[in-house]
Write a protein that binds this ligand. Structure first.
Ligand code: PGA
Length: 272
Protein backbone atom coordinates (compact mmCIF):
# COMPACT_ATOMS: atom_id res chain seq x y z
CA UNK A 1 0.00 0.00 0.00
CA UNK A 2 1.03 3.56 -0.48
CA UNK A 3 -1.64 5.61 1.16
CA UNK A 4 0.02 8.87 0.25
CA UNK A 5 -0.52 8.49 -3.46
CA UNK A 6 -3.52 6.21 -3.84
CA UNK A 7 -6.64 4.89 -2.23
CA UNK A 8 -6.67 1.66 -0.31
CA UNK A 9 -9.76 -0.34 -1.25
CA UNK A 10 -11.12 -3.43 0.47
CA UNK A 11 -13.83 -4.92 -1.72
CA UNK A 12 -15.97 -7.98 -1.11
CA UNK A 13 -17.14 -10.13 -4.01
CA UNK A 14 -20.13 -12.11 -2.83
CA UNK A 15 -20.50 -14.03 -6.10
CA UNK A 16 -23.73 -16.08 -6.10
CA UNK A 17 -24.16 -16.06 -2.32
CA UNK A 18 -26.79 -14.61 0.03
CA UNK A 19 -30.40 -13.67 -0.49
CA UNK A 20 -31.78 -10.16 0.14
CA UNK A 21 -32.87 -11.23 3.65
CA UNK A 22 -29.45 -12.65 4.37
CA UNK A 23 -27.91 -9.43 3.06
CA UNK A 24 -29.88 -7.45 5.63
CA UNK A 25 -28.78 -9.78 8.43
CA UNK A 26 -25.18 -9.69 7.30
CA UNK A 27 -25.07 -5.89 7.17
CA UNK A 28 -26.53 -5.50 10.67
CA UNK A 29 -23.92 -7.91 12.03
CA UNK A 30 -21.15 -6.21 10.06
CA UNK A 31 -22.07 -2.69 11.15
CA UNK A 32 -22.34 -3.79 14.76
CA UNK A 33 -18.74 -4.99 14.86
CA UNK A 34 -17.05 -2.46 12.56
CA UNK A 35 -15.26 -0.16 14.98
CA UNK A 36 -15.74 3.55 14.43
CA UNK A 37 -12.96 5.14 12.49
CA UNK A 38 -11.85 6.64 9.22
CA UNK A 39 -11.43 3.46 7.24
CA UNK A 40 -10.10 3.00 3.76
CA UNK A 41 -12.70 2.60 1.02
CA UNK A 42 -14.88 -0.43 1.75
CA UNK A 43 -17.09 -1.95 -0.94
CA UNK A 44 -19.42 -4.92 -1.17
CA UNK A 45 -20.14 -6.19 -4.68
CA UNK A 46 -23.30 -8.22 -4.28
CA UNK A 47 -25.79 -10.16 -6.42
CA UNK A 48 -28.13 -7.83 -8.32
CA UNK A 49 -31.20 -8.75 -6.29
CA UNK A 50 -29.34 -7.93 -3.05
CA UNK A 51 -28.34 -4.42 -4.15
CA UNK A 52 -31.42 -2.60 -2.75
CA UNK A 53 -31.09 -4.27 0.67
CA UNK A 54 -27.34 -3.63 0.75
CA UNK A 55 -27.67 0.01 -0.29
CA UNK A 56 -30.35 0.59 2.34
CA UNK A 57 -28.25 -1.03 5.04
CA UNK A 58 -25.10 1.03 4.42
CA UNK A 59 -26.67 4.41 3.72
CA UNK A 60 -25.60 5.76 7.13
CA UNK A 61 -21.97 4.69 6.57
CA UNK A 62 -19.14 5.34 4.13
CA UNK A 63 -19.37 1.76 2.87
CA UNK A 64 -20.22 1.49 -0.85
CA UNK A 65 -22.09 -1.11 -2.87
CA UNK A 66 -21.22 -2.46 -6.29
CA UNK A 67 -22.48 -4.87 -8.93
CA UNK A 68 -20.68 -8.05 -9.94
CA UNK A 69 -21.13 -7.63 -13.68
CA UNK A 70 -22.96 -5.45 -16.20
CA UNK A 71 -23.93 -5.34 -19.84
CA UNK A 72 -22.13 -2.70 -21.92
CA UNK A 73 -25.25 -1.67 -23.83
CA UNK A 74 -27.34 1.22 -22.51
CA UNK A 75 -30.69 -0.60 -22.83
CA UNK A 76 -32.57 -2.94 -25.12
CA UNK A 77 -33.36 -6.55 -25.89
CA UNK A 78 -30.84 -8.29 -23.62
CA UNK A 79 -32.97 -10.56 -21.46
CA UNK A 80 -31.55 -11.09 -18.02
CA UNK A 81 -28.91 -8.38 -18.31
CA UNK A 82 -28.30 -5.24 -16.25
CA UNK A 83 -26.94 -1.93 -17.55
CA UNK A 84 -24.55 0.50 -15.92
CA UNK A 85 -27.28 3.11 -15.47
CA UNK A 86 -29.46 0.54 -13.68
CA UNK A 87 -26.65 -0.21 -11.23
CA UNK A 88 -26.02 3.47 -10.71
CA UNK A 89 -29.69 4.30 -10.16
CA UNK A 90 -29.98 1.42 -7.68
CA UNK A 91 -27.26 3.06 -5.61
CA UNK A 92 -24.09 1.29 -6.80
CA UNK A 93 -20.81 3.13 -7.11
CA UNK A 94 -18.66 0.22 -8.29
CA UNK A 95 -18.88 -2.76 -10.61
CA UNK A 96 -16.61 -5.78 -10.99
CA UNK A 97 -15.71 -6.36 -14.63
CA UNK A 98 -14.00 -9.33 -16.22
CA UNK A 99 -13.85 -11.63 -13.22
CA UNK A 100 -12.24 -14.91 -14.22
CA UNK A 101 -15.46 -16.76 -13.42
CA UNK A 102 -17.21 -14.64 -16.05
CA UNK A 103 -14.34 -14.99 -18.48
CA UNK A 104 -14.72 -18.76 -18.04
CA UNK A 105 -18.32 -18.31 -19.24
CA UNK A 106 -17.04 -16.80 -22.47
CA UNK A 107 -16.31 -13.15 -21.71
CA UNK A 108 -13.46 -11.87 -23.88
CA UNK A 109 -11.02 -8.97 -23.44
CA UNK A 110 -13.14 -7.08 -25.97
CA UNK A 111 -16.26 -7.59 -23.84
CA UNK A 112 -14.32 -6.47 -20.78
CA UNK A 113 -13.17 -3.35 -22.61
CA UNK A 114 -16.71 -2.47 -23.74
CA UNK A 115 -17.95 -2.88 -20.16
CA UNK A 116 -15.15 -0.76 -18.70
CA UNK A 117 -15.92 2.04 -21.17
CA UNK A 118 -19.67 1.85 -20.48
CA UNK A 119 -19.14 1.79 -16.70
CA UNK A 120 -16.91 4.87 -16.82
CA UNK A 121 -19.31 6.66 -19.13
CA UNK A 122 -22.12 6.07 -16.64
CA UNK A 123 -20.02 7.22 -13.70
CA UNK A 124 -19.36 3.85 -12.06
CA UNK A 125 -15.93 2.80 -10.83
CA UNK A 126 -14.94 -0.37 -12.66
CA UNK A 127 -12.89 -2.97 -10.77
CA UNK A 128 -11.30 -4.59 -13.79
CA UNK A 129 -9.98 -8.09 -13.10
CA UNK A 130 -7.06 -9.88 -14.68
CA UNK A 131 -5.22 -13.06 -13.83
CA UNK A 132 -3.35 -16.04 -15.19
CA UNK A 133 -4.10 -19.75 -14.99
CA UNK A 134 -1.77 -22.19 -13.26
CA UNK A 135 -0.73 -23.51 -16.65
CA UNK A 136 0.21 -20.03 -17.80
CA UNK A 137 2.16 -19.34 -14.62
CA UNK A 138 4.05 -22.60 -14.92
CA UNK A 139 4.91 -21.98 -18.54
CA UNK A 140 6.30 -18.54 -17.68
CA UNK A 141 3.88 -16.33 -19.63
CA UNK A 142 2.22 -14.56 -16.67
CA UNK A 143 3.72 -11.12 -17.30
CA UNK A 144 2.93 -11.19 -20.99
CA UNK A 145 -0.62 -12.45 -20.42
CA UNK A 146 -1.49 -9.90 -17.74
CA UNK A 147 0.00 -7.09 -19.75
CA UNK A 148 -2.18 -8.08 -22.73
CA UNK A 149 -5.32 -8.27 -20.57
CA UNK A 150 -4.64 -4.80 -19.19
CA UNK A 151 -3.88 -3.25 -22.57
CA UNK A 152 -6.97 -4.77 -24.16
CA UNK A 153 -9.21 -3.97 -21.21
CA UNK A 154 -8.16 -0.33 -21.11
CA UNK A 155 -8.33 0.32 -24.84
CA UNK A 156 -9.70 3.81 -25.57
CA UNK A 157 -10.06 4.68 -21.90
CA UNK A 158 -9.24 8.40 -21.91
CA UNK A 159 -6.60 9.79 -19.55
CA UNK A 160 -9.06 11.74 -17.44
CA UNK A 161 -11.27 8.67 -16.88
CA UNK A 162 -8.31 6.51 -15.80
CA UNK A 163 -8.47 8.17 -12.38
CA UNK A 164 -11.59 6.12 -11.72
CA UNK A 165 -10.31 2.72 -12.78
CA UNK A 166 -9.32 0.08 -10.24
CA UNK A 167 -7.46 -3.05 -11.32
CA UNK A 168 -7.69 -6.35 -9.46
CA UNK A 169 -5.03 -8.98 -9.97
CA UNK A 170 -6.55 -12.37 -9.28
CA UNK A 171 -4.47 -15.41 -10.20
CA UNK A 172 -7.07 -18.00 -11.23
CA UNK A 173 -5.26 -20.76 -9.35
CA UNK A 174 -5.63 -18.82 -6.09
CA UNK A 175 -9.37 -18.10 -6.33
CA UNK A 176 -11.45 -20.08 -3.88
CA UNK A 177 -8.69 -22.65 -3.54
CA UNK A 178 -7.16 -21.59 -0.25
CA UNK A 179 -3.91 -21.37 -2.17
CA UNK A 180 -2.92 -17.70 -1.92
CA UNK A 181 -0.17 -16.22 -4.05
CA UNK A 182 2.83 -15.42 -1.87
CA UNK A 183 3.17 -11.73 -1.09
CA UNK A 184 6.23 -11.67 -3.37
CA UNK A 185 4.38 -13.31 -6.27
CA UNK A 186 1.44 -10.93 -5.89
CA UNK A 187 3.72 -7.91 -5.56
CA UNK A 188 5.68 -8.83 -8.66
CA UNK A 189 2.58 -8.95 -10.85
CA UNK A 190 0.98 -5.84 -9.31
CA UNK A 191 4.21 -3.94 -9.91
CA UNK A 192 4.17 -5.19 -13.49
CA UNK A 193 0.61 -3.91 -13.91
CA UNK A 194 1.68 -0.48 -12.67
CA UNK A 195 4.46 -0.48 -15.23
CA UNK A 196 1.96 -1.26 -17.99
CA UNK A 197 -0.22 1.67 -16.84
CA UNK A 198 2.88 3.90 -16.80
CA UNK A 199 3.68 2.96 -20.38
CA UNK A 200 0.08 3.36 -21.55
CA UNK A 201 -0.58 6.61 -19.68
CA UNK A 202 2.00 8.32 -17.46
CA UNK A 203 3.96 8.00 -14.24
CA UNK A 204 1.30 10.09 -12.56
CA UNK A 205 -1.45 7.70 -13.61
CA UNK A 206 0.64 4.70 -12.58
CA UNK A 207 1.31 6.18 -9.18
CA UNK A 208 -2.35 7.02 -8.59
CA UNK A 209 -4.08 3.80 -9.66
CA UNK A 210 -5.22 1.39 -6.96
CA UNK A 211 -4.28 -2.21 -7.71
CA UNK A 212 -5.95 -4.89 -5.62
CA UNK A 213 -4.98 -8.48 -5.02
CA UNK A 214 -7.61 -11.22 -4.96
CA UNK A 215 -7.45 -14.97 -4.47
CA UNK A 216 -7.94 -16.58 -1.08
CA UNK A 217 -7.16 -13.34 0.75
CA UNK A 218 -8.33 -13.72 4.32
CA UNK A 219 -7.98 -12.29 7.81
CA UNK A 220 -4.75 -14.21 8.35
CA UNK A 221 -2.79 -13.33 5.22
CA UNK A 222 -4.21 -9.84 4.49
CA UNK A 223 -1.65 -7.81 6.45
CA UNK A 224 1.29 -9.43 4.74
CA UNK A 225 -0.18 -9.01 1.26
CA UNK A 226 -1.21 -5.41 1.94
CA UNK A 227 2.27 -4.59 3.20
CA UNK A 228 3.56 -4.94 -0.36
CA UNK A 229 4.34 -1.64 -2.07
CA UNK A 230 2.10 -2.17 -5.10
CA UNK A 231 -0.86 -3.94 -3.47
CA UNK A 232 -3.43 -1.28 -2.59
CA UNK A 233 -6.22 -3.46 -1.30
CA UNK A 234 -8.08 -6.69 -1.84
CA UNK A 235 -10.93 -8.24 -3.77
CA UNK A 236 -12.20 -10.82 -1.36
CA UNK A 237 -14.59 -13.67 -2.05
CA UNK A 238 -15.06 -16.27 0.67
CA UNK A 239 -13.85 -14.15 3.58
CA UNK A 240 -16.22 -11.31 2.66
CA UNK A 241 -19.20 -13.51 3.52
CA UNK A 242 -18.32 -13.59 7.21
CA UNK A 243 -18.59 -10.22 9.02
CA UNK A 244 -15.85 -10.97 11.57
CA UNK A 245 -13.36 -12.00 8.89
CA UNK A 246 -14.11 -9.05 6.65
CA UNK A 247 -13.77 -6.58 9.53
CA UNK A 248 -10.37 -8.08 10.38
CA UNK A 249 -9.25 -7.57 6.79
CA UNK A 250 -10.41 -3.93 6.92
CA UNK A 251 -8.44 -3.52 10.13
CA UNK A 252 -5.36 -5.05 8.49
CA UNK A 253 -5.67 -2.44 5.73
CA UNK A 254 -5.75 0.38 8.26
CA UNK A 255 -2.71 -0.13 10.42
CA UNK A 256 -2.36 3.55 11.34
CA UNK A 257 -4.09 4.69 14.52
CA UNK A 258 -7.71 5.53 13.88
CA UNK A 259 -8.94 9.07 14.17
CA UNK A 260 -12.48 8.67 15.39
CA UNK A 261 -14.94 11.50 15.57
CA UNK A 262 -12.57 14.28 14.35
CA UNK A 263 -12.36 16.05 11.00
CA UNK A 264 -14.59 14.07 8.67
CA UNK A 265 -17.84 12.29 9.47
CA UNK A 266 -17.29 8.69 10.47
CA UNK A 267 -19.45 5.63 10.13
CA UNK A 268 -22.47 5.19 12.28
CA UNK A 269 -22.13 1.58 13.25
CA UNK A 270 -25.34 1.24 15.18
CA UNK A 271 -28.89 0.65 13.98
CA UNK A 272 -29.92 -0.47 10.50
P1 PGA B 1 -11.75 -15.88 -2.95
O1 PGA B 1 -12.35 -15.15 -4.23
O2 PGA B 1 -11.34 -14.80 -1.98
O3 PGA B 1 -12.87 -16.72 -2.41
O4 PGA B 1 -10.57 -16.67 -3.42
C1 PGA B 1 -11.80 -13.97 -4.73
C2 PGA B 1 -12.50 -13.55 -6.00
O5 PGA B 1 -12.84 -14.43 -6.80
O6 PGA B 1 -12.76 -12.35 -6.22
Amino acid sequence: MNRKYRKTVIAGNWKMNKTPSETKEFMSAFKAILPKGRWCDVVFCVPAVCIPAAVRAVRDTRVCIGGENMNPNPSGAYTGEISASMLLDAGCKYVIIGHSERRAMGETDEDVNAKVLAALEAGLTPIMCCGESLEQRESGVTEEWISMQIKNGLKNVPEDKMRKVIIAYEPIWAIGTGRTATPEQAQEVCQGIRTVVRKLYSSKHARAISILYGGSMNEKNAAELLAQADIDGGLIGGASLVPEKFVQIIEAANPAPLQPEEEEPVEETAEA
